[in-house]
Write a protein that binds this ligand. Structure first.
Ligand code: ATP
Length: 376
């Protein structure tokens, strides 16, 4: 290790003339290795650390040779969809503004994320840490719940059948409840929304971006969750909490139920929407809020009112009045025993009320192959 430090000191010499040539540095390092010195990694090669048990089917060089397309720019930096030469499709997140300043801290945090192992939590496959780059690698999932519901443009509204809707709700709820059990029951996701919930290759609903909030300064997170999913108290407290995760999940439930325009409204508009729903007599909730066409399609009778009630409990303005996520899971599990009154008929509705593709068209390939067989 001392020898390594000596090399480092030589490289950082003030006088340019005293700094060794790169070829000399390589020779010095090779010499250390030859003499059976400390097990060092080639410092000129970028390394990926893989999750325990994850298949190491690619390395950093494969990643740099892959094609990459920007999926979007999120709170934590740019997100790319990358196709490796072996055909595997991965998602690469290049983080910006990470506060975990050194390798040790970052590594400890990654190990913490890997311990949050659950079928409803998206696996962080690998990471890379260097002074210039902090990169996270995930599997690529065909579609987020947001994309399923609203399409990539966010303009259309997909109607889900009752069974699919409940499975998505339950998978996401179980994932969030598991996250809330971590770190001595204190871990907060901090950015629950339908574009962070996916269906994985085993057909499990998985919650992504877990543990990332802890890597950033709270001031970076002031814009999370995205307006619309952000609990009202965050404006004052400037802090996300488990109760604010529950609020965000309530908004996802409303979104799943097809409450119109949720994805385009701001936090204020959501609160007034919630107030409006509360002002309606309960027996008018589903017809007014979910919509007659969608209700006919869901064909779930009183169960859809109950689901709407759970969503409304989650979006209670006072954080203390919101149920804990474990309770939400229980309520959803009880609901899943309630069967819709009749099998939903595909002839009932082939297009939703806005003439946009419904479950019967447009994304049918994905939905036929995927959602009816969602695993719980
Ligand atoms: N593993 C993944 N597979 C497929 N698409 C993904 C994956 N991770 C992210 N995406 C998609 O990439 C886009 C950008 O994601 P990213 O998480 O960077 O930002 P965001 O979800 O838009 O915002 P935020 O940072 O607030 O979560 C989103 O549309 C998201 O659904």
């Amino acid at each position: 290790m001392v020898e390594m430090l000596q090399i480092e000191i030589k490289c950082m010499a003030k006088s340019i003339k005293k700094r060794p040539l790169m070829s000399e540095v390589v020779n010095m390092l090779e010499d250390i290795i030859r003499r059976g010195g400390p097990a060092i990694r080639n410092p000129f090669r970028k390394e990926l650390e893989f999750a325990p048990f994850a298949n190491r089917t690619f390395d950093f060089e494969d990643m740099s040779r892959a094609t990459a397309e920007v999926l979007g720019r999120g709170t934590f930096g740019y997100c790319y969809r990358s196709i490796l030469l072996n055909g595997k499709v991965i998602v690469v997140k290049r983080l910006r503004g990470v506060t975990a300043g050194n390798m040790q801290e970052f590594r400890q945090h990654m190990a913490f994320i890997w311990r949050i192992w659950h079928r409803n939590v998206a696996l962080l496959r690998a990471y890379h840490f260097s002074r210039d780059d902090k990169i996270l690698v995930y599997d690529y999932y065909q579609d987020s719940i947001f994309a399923l519901l609203h399409g990539t443009t966010g303009t259309h509204r997909m109607l889900l059948n009752w069974e699919t809707l409940l499975k998505i709700a339950m998978g996401a709820a179980r994932g969030i409840a598991h996250i809330h059990e971590q770190d001595g029951g204190k871990l907060v996701h901090g950015n629950i929304k339908s574009s962070n919930i996916f269906v994985n290759e085993k057909k499990y609903v998985t919650v992504s971006d877990v543990g990332l909030a802890k890597l950033f300064d709270p001031s970076t997170l002031l814009s999370t969750p995205t307006p619309g999913y952000r609990a009202p108290e965050i404006g004052k407290t400037r802090k996300v909490s488990q109760a604010s995760d529950v609020y965000s999940f309530g908004v996802v439930l409303l979104e799943l139920l097809g409450v119109p325009s949720l994805h385009t409204t701001g936090a204020g508009a959501i609160i007034s929407l919630v107030e409006w729903i509360k002002s309606l007599p309960r027996d008018e909730w589903t017809t007014e809020v979910v919509g007659v066409e969608h209700l006919r399609y869901l064909n779930a009778g009183e169960a859809s009112v109950q689901l709407l009630q759970i969503a409304m409990d989650c979006v209670a303005v006072a954080p203390k009045r919101r149920p804990r996520m474990a309770i939400v899971v229980k309520m959803l599990e009880e609901m899943s025993c309630i069967k819709p009154s009749n099998e939903s008929s595909s002839e009932d509705i082939s297009e939703d009320t806005r003439g946009q593709p419904s479950i019967e068209s447009g994304l049918e390939d994905i939905l036929d192959g995927l959602l009816p067989r969602l695993t719980l």
